[in-house]
Design a protein around this ligand. Structure first.
Ligand SMILES: *Cc1c(COP(=O)(O)O)cnc(C)c1O
Length: 390
């Protein structure tokens, strides 16, 4: 064979082209910064926002387009924007939809870093925020009065797990002309159909259930409305929020088993939450599917499933050090943040520093995220550690 180029150049400009069709179960993983155009005319013509073709790795590859389409379908939306973490997806929604002089309203039990962003960052850029009690529609109305551009809803709230009346909150926000965004990480597109509640934007930490592996950080923002999507896509481009193809591949690999994992974790969590209720020193178990948990009726009206996540409130007479010792004594539970992965996790929280109001008393709170271990092993583990507590 006569070569056109010297060996070094041939490794880059090789004439071989593999056959185009390759049918396998998983979609291909395409990695690119540069996307090649067949001609200068094609380069000039191609519009980065038109997803019928490719312009640059940051604006999409066959791999990211495939994940976007599957997530839009999962959540019942039309468009998806991907971001490198759940938190960056959340920030993207704020930065795309808010301007100086605007107000954003957030539930008091919102994901902590979301409140932090409003307090320390949005504030600095001239965006005001107001917190509302998600279990009190009059308080939500108060927060919205005087105008709000964006309203966040979370169902249930972080750590304290109160399940709000989502359709009623959405209706209040829309009546005031706000765009309503839901942090749908807990529901994951499985527990309820987010857009059926009337929301405009569904943000999702793919880090949790879609990944399922405790190994990837990613977030998504799904919309039905073309104009909202345009604004999100523009902001996404201006901020350069790219995601890595291997990370996208990991999420694509998680999606087919997500519903099965979600259901299994739900089943185990409910068994353990119910069992915890009867243990000495436990004042309350916060899990929206339990009858005594705040917002249980709203959960029942909207959902037929729950994420494998609950919090336990201990009696105020049990010192924090004992609760810490109980967590340290657990063998099947890792100590760490996040959820939706294979390993069960435990994290202690001090509600007095997290909430404006805390009707849970002064006792320590431990959030348990249930993994995919056998339920009997988890229950035996929780039990063997109890001697540290009481
Ligand atoms: C984890 C989480 C996020 C943030 O996701 P990261 O990928 O960890 O940045 C946002 N909202 C909720 C409710 C979460 O649980």
């Amino acid at each position: 064979m006569t070569r056109k180029y010297r060996p070094q150049t041939t490794q880059i400009h090789h004439p071989y082209r593999a056959p185009a069709e390759f049918e396998a179960v998983p979609p291909g993983v395409f990695k690119a910064s540069t996307v090649l155009f067949p001609s200068v005319a094609a380069l000039r013509q191609r519009e980065w926002r038109d997803k019928s073709a490719y312009t640059y790795g940051l604006h999409g590859t066959p791999t990211t387009f495939t994940l976007e389409a599957r997530l839009a379908d999962l959540e019942g939306g039309r468009h998806t924007v991907l971001a490198p973490s759940g938190l960056s997806a959340l920030a993207l929604v704020n930065l795309a939809l808010l301007q100086p002089g605007d107000t954003v309203v957030l539930p008091d039990n919102a994901y902590g870093p979301s409140k932090d962003l409003a307090r320390h960052w949005l504030q600095q850029w001239g965006v005001q925020h107001r917190l509302y009690d998600p279990m009190d529609l009059e308080d939500a109305q108060r927060a919205l009065r005087g105008g709000a551009t964006l309203m966040w809803v979370e169902a249930p709230g972080s750590v304290t797990m109160e399940f709000p009346d989502v359709p009623a909150l959405v209706a209040l926000g829309k009546a005031q002309g706000a765009t309503v965004a839901l942090d749908n990480t807990w529901g994951a597109g499985l527990a309820f159909a987010p857009f059926e509640t009337g929301i405009d934007v569904s943000m999702h930490a793919l880090t949790k259930f879609p990944s399922g592996g405790a190994d990837v950080l990613m977030g998504s923002v799904v919309t039905r409305d073309d104009r909202l999507h345009d604004r999100l896509q523009q902001t996404h481009m201006r901020l350069g929020l790219g995601v890595g193809a291997n990370d996208v591949e990991a999420i694509l690999r998680g999606l087919p088993t997500m519903a099965l994992r979600y259901a299994a974790q739900d089943r185990t969590a409910r068994t353990l939450a119910q069992w915890m209720l009867d243990q000495p020193g436990v004042v309350q178990v916060l899990h929206p599917a339990l009858a005594g948990s705040p917002g249980h009726a709203h959960w029942s009206a909207l959902c037929d499933q729950a994420a494998g996540l609950f919090s336990v409130v201990f009696d105020a007479s049990i010192p924090a050090a004992k609760v810490d010792a109980w967590i340290d004594q657990l063998q099947c539970f890792g100590i760490g943040y996040s959820w939706g992965g294979p390993m069960s996790l435990a994290v202690p929280y001090d509600l007095s520093t997290m909430r404006k109001q805390h009707p849970w008393g002064q006792g320590r709170v431990v959030r348990l995220a249930i993994g995919l271990e056998d339920v009997e092993d988890l229950q035996a583990d929780l039990k063997q550690a109890w001697s540290c507590l009481v």
